[in-house]
Design a protein around this ligand. Structure first.
Ligand code: HEM
Length: 166
């Protein structure tokens, strides 16, 4: 009940009405969402492929992690901000779609996967930094990450097709 009231309140705000009425606002925010995706997901997939031992095998994993982290962090932050702005432009319609709900749940799992990786296998990276084969736990984290991001992108794309008629 609280969530419905909150979404109704958000939908009635000047900002939300402005986003819906403006010719440029939503396309600019959506383009930011999609363009930042290329940066964020590009680095996330490359990192997962390194953890799977597919690419950059001669480069220490810790070096790749350190180099990619700023782009991953900034990319993720811009995805969240642009996503929230997009959502606040038509909260009731977006929330009514099953794909938006699925996407938010998958985002939580993607975040948990990163937290578990950082709290476990990453702490021991010095032991396997240049190993010919990366540990099983690192491979599992990479596969889970790849599957989750594919599902998140698919759910994000499907939102537009499940929106109620205006
Ligand atoms: C890293 C996290 C995220 C990823 C990878 C992601 C990915 C995507 C993708 C691929 C689309 C489809 C874009 C298109 O083809 O037009 C999309 C749309 C959308 N995203 Fe995200 N997103 C993320 C975070 C968020 C967050 C946190 C929110 C809101 C709280 C959000 C709200 C939306 C909405 C409302 C749309 C639909 C836009 C429309 O169809 O008009 N996203 N997202």
């Amino acid at each position: 009940m609280f969530l419905t009231n909150f979404l109704r309140w958000l939908d009635a705000t000047h900002f939300s009405q402005w986003m819906r009425g403006s010719i440029l606002a939503e396309p600019i925010v959506e383009s930011t969402h999609v363009l930042t995706l290329t940066l964020f997901l590009g680095f996330a997939v490359l990192l997962d492929l390194r953890l799977l031992g597919v690419v950059m095998r001669k480069r220490p994993v810790s070096e790749v992690l350190d180099q990619f982290n700023p782009y991953l962090m900034w990319g993720f932050a811009v995805m969240i901000v642009s996503g929230v702005l997009l959502f606040s432009g038509d909260p009731l319609s977006f929330y009514s779609t099953i794909f938006f709900k699925i996407k938010m749940i998958l985002l939580v799992f993607a975040g948990l996967n990163v937290l578990i990786f950082n709290a476990t296998i990453r702490k021991k990276v010095a032991e396997w930094d240049l190993a010919a084969k990366t540990p099983r736990a690192a491979k599992i984290a990479a596969v889970v990450s790849l599957l989750l991001w594919v599902a998140i992108v698919a759910a994000g794309r499907a939102i537009a097709y499940a929106l109620p008629p205006p």
